[in-house]
Design a protein around this ligand. Structure first.
Ligand SMILES: Cc1cc2nc3c(=O)[nH]c(=O)nc-3n(C[C@H](O)[C@H](O)[C@H](O)COP(=O)(O)OP(=O)(O)OC[C@H]3O[C@@H](n4cnc5c(N)ncnc54)[C@H](O)[C@@H]3O)c2cc1C
Length: 266
């Protein structure tokens, strides 16, 4: 039996530019029937855009039972970036999304919550804040390339959230979040620390939390959301020809995924 996550075809219902580097997509339609939230506030989906086979991960910003909202950060280059910002629009196109997975696991007795991340982490930080706002004091650090005044309404109302610190991103593909973490004045007692950003930085930060702060692994969740520097390694099997041949032969998406898996595992 295949262990591949279930896939759903979703139609783009709407696209909105939230900020210079942030585009909102609302997905829906009959193909999403059966898609269910995991209930975990940082849950994400794999997204495959039309004509592509490789997926990229996106946080579920919201789900109301029929429409699924994701917020896509616009980079200089990128497979989803280029598709999501196409001038001729993407409304009406069909994308593939997976069932969600999540990682956030705040202990029930946590006395506080710290959230740190770059713009790719902002959707998760907003959703987590919405879920826990009022339950525990929450503090957010966000490193963003856009005007904080434009992004401020993106987070839940300031009253229900503790302090929010906006930091400018130091440049394309660079981040100073390690400095932010080292300078944190940690609240007293036991709480929960959630963070996401560039993968190499996140590895260094995990080490800092383990070795300097001596936090138990249940007290933090630090996720690599993207890789800076080097471009992606080409896949062992180029999916393009398999996709095109499958489509030309009238095979269904499920059958093409199976063809790809078979070629990929040889
Ligand atoms: C669990 C999880 C949840 C995520 N949630 C979101 C989300 O809600 N919204 C979102 O936009 N992203 C999110 N990401 C990050 C997103 O998957 C990556 O940024 C992805 O690489 C973007 O795909 P792309 O096709 O635009 O660029 P790619 O084709 O993957 O990459 C193209 C180039 O852009 C560079 N690049 C990629 N990301 C960044 C970045 N953030 N800053 C600067 N350069 C970059 C790469 O190094 C590469 O050189 C999430 C990642 C994970 C693992």
């Amino acid at each position: 039996m295949s262990t591949r996550a279930r896939h759903y075809d979703a139609q783009v219902l709407r696209r909105d530019r939230l900020a210079d580097h942030l585009v909102r997509l609302e997905l829906g339609g009959a193909g999403l029937a059966g898609w269910e939230t995991s209930g975990i506030p940082d849950e994400w989906i794999g997204l495959v855009v039309p004509g592509q086979f490789q997926s990229r991960y996106y946080t579920v910003r919201s789900w109301d039972g029929s429409s699924l909202v994701v917020d896509v950060v616009v980079h200089d280059v990128g497979l989803v970036t280029e598709w999501a910002t196409r001038e001729d629009g993407v409304v009406g196109e069909v994308v593939t999304v997976t069932e969600p997975k999540g990682s956030f696991a705040m202990p029930d007795d946590a006395a506080w919550l710290l959230l740190v991340g770059d713009l790719t982490a902002l959707p998760a930080m907003a959703r987590i804040s919405e879920r826990v706002a009022g339950a525990v004091p929450t503090r957010v650090w966000a490193e963003v390339p856009d005007d904080p005044d434009v992004l401020a309404p993106y987070l839940p109302a300031a009253g229900s959230l503790g302090e929010v610190t906006w930091a400018p991103a130091p440049g394309p593909g660079r981040s100073a979040l390690a400095d932010v973490v080292e300078a944190i004045d940690w609240p007293a007692g036991d709480g929960y620390f959630w963070m996401a950003g560039e993968s190499a930085q996140m590895r260094a930060i995990r080490k800092h939390l383990m070795r300097q702060r001596r936090l138990p692994s249940s007290a933090y969740d630090v996720m690599g959301y993207w890789r800076g520097g080097a471009h992606r390694q080409p896949r062992a099997v180029d999916p393009g020809p398999i996709w095109r041949a499958g489509k030309a032969a009238g095979r269904t998406d499920e059958q093409i995924w199976a063809d790809y898996d078979e070629a990929h595992h040889d």
